[in-house]
Design a protein around this ligand. Sequence first.
Ligand SMILES: [Zn+2]
Length: 64
Amino acid sequence: MNYDNVEIFCPYCGEKNYIDAEMSGNTAQHLICDCEVCCRPMEILLKVNSEGIIFTEVKNEEGF
Ligand SMILES: [Zn+2]
């Protein structure tokens, strides 16, 4: 299942970013993206519940 324009907020500058996610039967996916605004790397955890609704968790390099 594909999710376009998943909304995430940068943990450094708080700006909104959009990512495209592809969930191939997994319930969780982990990726690293650079913020489009401040270019710092953020760690993104994507989860999909049984209803197909996507949840995101964003962490900075220090794990917060
Ligand atoms: Zn940022």
